[in-house]
Structure formats: C-alpha cells, structure tokens
Design a protein around this ligand. Sequence first.
Ligand code: PLP
Length: 396
Amino acid sequence: MSQDSFSKENDSHSSTGKDKFATRLIHFGAEVDKTTGASSVPIYQASTFHHFSLSEPPEYDYTRSGNPTRQALEDYIAKLEGGVRGFAFSSGMAAISTAFLLLSAGDHLICTEDVYGGTYRFLTVIASRLNIETTFVDMTDLDAVMAARKANTKAVYMETPSNPTLKITDVAAVTEWAKKHELLTFLDNTFMTPYHQRPLEQGVDVVLHSATKFLGGHSDVLAGLAVVANESLGRRLKMLQNSLGSVLGIQDSWLLMRGMKTLQARMEHSEKSAQKLAEWLTTRPEVERVYYPGLADHPGRDIHERQSRGYGAVVSFDTGSGEAARRVLDKVRIPLVAVSLGAVESILSYPAIMSHASMPKEVRYARGIGDGLLRFSVGLEDIDDLIADLEQALSR
Ligand SMILES: *Cc1c(COP(=O)(O)O)cnc(C)c1O
C-alpha cells in the first residue's frame, strides 16, 4: 500500500501539500481514526488477520508483511521526507543493513569515511563477506568521491553533517554525479531529520534514519526508518523488509508517531540552545575547538545552508586532552553521560571511548576525533542551566 492510502486530501482533518511542515507533522493523514474518530492511530496489536472471504484476501494478512499501525508510521515518514514509500524497522541499523541488501555480490560502494560506527561495522565485517566491497572516502572532497568509482561501483552512501565533527557533504553535487553513472544514492538523515533536510529533493534515492534519535526524541524507543524516491525501489525494499523480517513492533510504531508529532517544537528549542551553547563554547579558554554548522567559520557552512534549513542540536567540542574530557564527564550534573543523541534530555557523549572506541587510534586522530573531544546533544532544559553546568564542569 502506498502513502496515498492514508492521504485524505478532501478530509477535513488531514493536511494538504500546501500546508507547512509543522501542520503536516500533526495532520499526517492517519491522525484521526476513520472508524471511530479516535484522536490517535489505533494500536493493532495482532500478528495475523482473518480472511472474511477466501476470494477476497484482507488488505493486511500477517504483521511482518503489513500492519495498519506500522503502515500509518511508514506513510507518515514518507510524507515528511517527500518520498514515495516509507518503511519502519526495528532499529536504525536494521533499516541501514536492509537497505544495503539492495546491492548484490560483486557490487562496489563508495561510502563517507565519517560514517556511523555501526554502518562501518556492517560494511567492513558483513557486507565484505557477501562480496559487497566498500571504499571509504572523504565526502567533503568531490574529486575523491569521483576518483573512487570503479567499473562495478553501484552506489554512494552519505551522512551529512557527519558524526561527531559535523563535516558537510554537498548532496546535490554528489547525486548529480552519481546519476550520470547510474549509481544508487543513500543518505543517513538522522542528525537533521526531515524538518531541516529533505535529501530526496536533492536527488537522493534512499533516505535512512535512526529514529531512535530526534524522530523518537525521548530516549525510549529503538527504531529505524527508510524512505525511497520511486516505486521500483519501494517494491524492492518492501521485499527485503518482508523477507528479512526486521520490522518495527506495533507498540513502538505508535510510540514513535507520538514522538514525531513534536519534532519541530523540540528541534526549534534545542537548536536555539545549541547555537547559544556553541557560541559560548568558542569563548571558553578550556575549549580548543568547537564544531557546529551554525558557527560562521564552520567548514562547509555555505553548502550546508544550501541543502538544510537549520543546523541541528549536536555540538562537538575539543577540550584538548583525555584528562580534561574525563573531568568534564565526571563533573557535569545535568546531561546524561551516554551514547545516543536527539532526546528531550541533553546527552553528553565521549566518542573516543563510546561511539568510536573500535576505530584504530591513528585513524580516529586523523579524523579529528581526539581524546579530548566531547559531543553534546542539546535537549530541552533551560540553556542557562546547561551553560552554567558546563562552566563549572570545565573549570580546572
Ligand atoms: C544511532 C545512529 C544509527 C544507528 O541507529 P540505531 O537505531 O542505534 O540502530 C545510524 N546512524 C546514525 C547517524 C546514528 O546516530
């Protein structure tokens, strides 16, 4: 079933294509139950569906293949990303690894070297075993991307801004080149979300999300989403999702939709705070470097502004040494000290021992991920409290 099944252009409660993003977030087509008028999508907690007539099989017959609650979520994300069809998976990695199986043995892929660690592990440990080969390149350098193409190259994988140093890839330039060579393009849009960045509009074929982060927004659901640009990719990804069975559960589908409704309100608040925090950090003598696309001197800021409507809520900064970073982590009072990001509560991560622990030290250093680097995902707390807390944690 396509997203059209839930687009009720003539219904009084649904939004139209002309409505702005905030309105579409709330009125996404399935927000009012057609049968009862209930104000949220019903949780169809069922694994199978009765055949009332054998000659007319039901629209849904088995929940791995389709479930109305999950379908509402899949149509919702497709609508927000401006895609043809959406898919919900049990995690971001389930979405990403399933999407990679659009490729076949013998294919070659060009991937950003700043890719999320789990994606790197999948490509280097599992895809390589299936004879899907990957070249990692600096995606901020279009020449490097082009130079990596081989006779069997079939796809390009992007992540922008990248984690944790927020490097910017020129999405339109990469996709324009990729299309010339009939390469499939993927983009992990976790950091920006469709509120800020809609890669399908820049020519990307498959958009991926760890919905565990900003889309869910509350550090209480693990989920992944994918949206494709055309029906043929939609049919192929549907077949993979159904065959691999890595679908999102029904209750989590509902929880995710609940979180997504407040995406814009959360992002706006967190982003305003992130900008303030980043600017404050640049004034601190204890901080050697601040990474945030909203800072005037951020490399790639012009490109970012062409393809995104904002800068997001993740700020990374270098305290200069492992000792200094550990002191901050010990002394902060407000943020969670944890992996993950994109939640109502602020989360302070230490890439060197968390997300990037498995990366060889030389490689990690070469990517700018030193022992003093911290990543701050700004939540919904009062920014003055967050800054005061960080100020006392930074002080020697
Ligand atoms: C967290 C994350 C993932 C993986 O998602 P899970 O939901 O943890 O499986 C992928 N990409 C990015 C950018 C992430 O931050």
